[in-house]
Design a protein around this ligand. Structure first.
Ligand code: COI
Length: 330
């Protein structure tokens, strides 16, 4: 068996090499992303392992089929950038890594919230001008917040534990209840309950057509004045123009966005001094009470190692058995 890995970064190489020698399976590595233009490099390989925020186009899937490659293992969890129906219709099996380090994202979520509460961006700006006064950036304490966690999968649950460790009150919403969270009595009945009660709202749900723009004008209108919003899940969960309005009116007191609606225009590239043609990004980026990070929540040593190992195991399992524990299907 032979595998080709696309989008391989320097920090992943050692884990790929270790896996390859432990399993006696050759893995060719390329830094290029998997596109209709680059897929020819996979000719002669049995499976592809890939990782990217960029969409996996239908044309790419068709070319994979023409090349006779039907095993595609993603090194991440989200599958919103691939047309699974198309893949299935072509007989392409797709796997993901459902759990690589929920703690990585949960810890990042809490870090960003702490920075918003302690007004770190404003202080950094002040300090860089040698203004070392405290006022007027008086802060808020996490132990005084009611944190509304939307989504109680592995990441949401890990975040809940950390918030509780800080003494915050946690309320949660998920269409599917988790026993542990239920036994703690954290669930509220509706998203409206979260919007009305929470002083902090953090999103930990996947992007589906039903969850797109979940935080829209109507949702923001129901929230407490000055609410803090954290999104380390998927950009399109928030309507960015509604968020901008809510920040302007003071309805939202601050936001930490690790993901954005059109993030592939900006994230994971060195743009230097180039003009950024993304008005909502430019608007939000300039604000003292908005923290933008380029989809980095996942990026830890533990997570990267697990992403590489689990995705390669998935690809091997697909090759050997025709299916895999982490198969994702529509
Ligand atoms: C995921 O695992 O789906 C992530 O959000 C990581 C991302 C950089 C693709």
């Amino acid at each position: 068996m032979k595998i080709i890995g696309y989008g391989i970064r320097q920090d992943e190489r050692q884990f790929v090499e270790q896996w390859s020698s432990q399993n006696g399976i050759g893995v060719k590595m390329t830094a290029e992303l998997l596109t209709a233009e680059t897929v020819d490099q996979a000719s002669g390989y049995d499976g592809i392992v890939a990782f990217q925020q960029l969409a996996y186009s239908d044309e790419l899937l068709e070319k994979m089929d023409q090349l006779g490659i039907h095993n595609l293992s993603l090194r991440n969890v989200g599958v919103d950038n691939i047309n699974l129906e198309k893949a299935t219709s072509l007989g392409i099996k797709v796997t993901n890594v459902p759990v690589y380090s929920p703690e990585a994202i949960a810890e990042f979520t809490v870090t960003q919230l702490m920075q918003l509460l302690r007004r770190s961006k404003e202080y950094a700006r002040k300090f860089s001008n040698h203004d070392f006064r405290w006022a007027p950036q008086i802060s808020k304490e996490l132990n005084q917040q009611t944190v509304g966690v939307i989504g109680t999968g592995h990441i949401g649950r890990s975040a809940i534990k950390i918030f509780q460790g800080f003494g915050a009150k946690v309320i949660a919403y998920d269409a599917f209840h988790n026993k542990e969270i239920e036994s703690q009595g954290l669930y509220v009945d509706s998203l409206s309950d979260i919007y009305k009660q929470a002083t902090v709202i953090t999103l930990h749900i996947p992007l589906f057509p039903e969850t797109e723009h979940m935080l829209d004008r109507e949702a923001f209108n129901q929230m407490n004045d000055g609410v803090f919003i954290i999104n380390a899940a998927r950009g399109p969960l928030i309507d960015e123009s509604a968020l901008i309005e809510a920040l302007d009116s003071g309805k939202v007191g601050g936001a930490a966005l690790d993901v954005m609606e059109d993030e592939t225009k900006v994230f994971n590239q060195d743009l230097g001094k180039q003009e950024i043609n993304y008005p909502a990004f430019n608007n939000l980026f300039e604000r003292d009470n908005v923290l933008i990070s380029p989809h980095t929540a996942f990026y830890t040593d533990v997570a990267v190692k697990n992403m590489v190992n689990i995705s390669l195991n998935n690809n091997k399992q697909l090759f050997e058995t025709g299916t895999a524990d982490n198969l994702v299907e529509k």
